[in-house]
Design a protein around this ligand. Structure first.
Ligand code: SF4
Length: 334
């Protein structure tokens, strides 16, 4: 039986508590006042594709956990910090983060198709946030042009696939034209969270001369719908190499079976699992935390159970912008 959201066949992204309630995506016991307080602080967006997956009657629905706000978000644990990856001190010009010698981030906008409740950039992402002007993009491109040790540009945000195909094509072409830039990479939630955005115009924008890697962010096998699979197929058809990144999340993928299903779904979609991230301590996200020892044990449980292609590297951001530390996989064969 289709659940209420699917039955309503939503055609637009839901951006506030009232719309979520109207669409039947909140449980009857929802604390509406608490949710409105969350809405005042953090962006909300649930796309039709993700709303159609939600079962509001299931208190443990992994899609609800990822996208539907919770009053617990207003409680900041003592170890949580606003900018867990410490981007600010590594920002030479607006939108650029240069932390490692051979690669740098470029954040052309801070809007996303959905707003994940565990997001490490939750204090800055939102529908109105961080769109770099043409002038700022020119400044960022000029920084890449005069920084020859950087060989890879990592477009992130926000979600770079929220740019119009025309804008994206312009930006990618400019970056690809820099002689010392060898690789372009994009981190995106769009192919799974809003697959309708992946169309011929977007695929054409992604067809560039330099190798383009697209890191698809997904945390549960159910996110790989038929529409998402078709979007991924269109992207590989455009010559894009697909990698997967996930966050280890309590209540979403904190069981060996859930991780196995997730990584197998990625591989079926031609996505190579690349990174499994330890949760970053952003404010109000403690309910998602899985200790690293537990994460290592989960990955060890998959040893021999899944193809080596399904193995991501399990990583954790060091504090104060120290970059990624490898947490796993760790196992002992006997
Ligand atoms: S799509 Fe990425 S940047 Fe946007 S809210 Fe989700 S985790 Fe954060």
């Amino acid at each position: 039986m289709p659940h209420p959201a699917a039955a309503r066949n939503l055609s637009r992204t839901l951006r506030d508590t009232a719309s979520l309630s109207e669409a039947g995506l909140l449980p009857p016991s929802a604390d509406l006042a608490g949710l409105e307080a969350v809405q005042a602080r953090y962006a909300i967006a649930v796309t039709p594709a993700m709303a159609a997956l939600i079962d509001p009657a299931d208190p443990r629905d992994p899609i609800v956990a990822q996208y539907i706000p919770d009053p617990a978000e207003l409680v900041t644990a003592p170890h949580e910090i606003e900018d867990p990856t410490a981007d600010a001190p590594f920002t030479p010009v607006p939108g650029v983060v240069h932390r490692y010698p051979d690669r740098a981030l470029l954040k052309p906008l801070l809007a996303c198709p959905v707003y994940c409740r565990f997001c490490f950039r939750r204090e800055v992402v939102g529908p109105d946030g961080g769109l770099l002007t043409t002038e700022q993009l020119e400044t960022a491109i000029a920084w890449f042009e005069r920084t020859p040790q950087v060989r890879e540009v990592i477009l992130t945000g926000g979600d770079p696939l929220m740019l119009s195909p025309r804008r994206l094509a312009w930006l990618l072409e400019r970056l690809a034209a820099i002689p010392h830039i060898e690789i372009l990479r994009i981190h995106s939630r769009v192919p799974v969270a809003d697959p309708a955005r992946v169309n011929a115009a977007l695929a054409a924008a992604l067809t560039v001369e330099k190798p383009l890697y697209l890191c698809v962010h997904a945390n549960h096998a159910r996110e790989f719908t038929a529409e998402a699979m078709a979007a991924l197929r269109q992207l590989t058809g455009a010559g894009v190499v697909l990698l997967g990144q996930s966050v280890l999340l309590r209540g979403v993928n904190d069981k060996a079976e859930a991780l196995e299903d997730l990584f197998r779904a990625m591989l079926r979609g031609r996505v190579k699992p690349y990174y499994l991230h330890q949760l970053d301590p952003a404010p109000g996200t403690a309910r998602f935390e899985v200790p690293p020892e537990e994460g290592r044990a989960l990955l060890a449980a998959l040893r021999f159970r899944v193809t080596g292609l399904a193995w991501p590297t399990y990583v954790q951001e060091r504090p104060n912008g120290g970059g990624k530390a490898v947490v796993g996989p760790v196992w002992r064969d006997s």
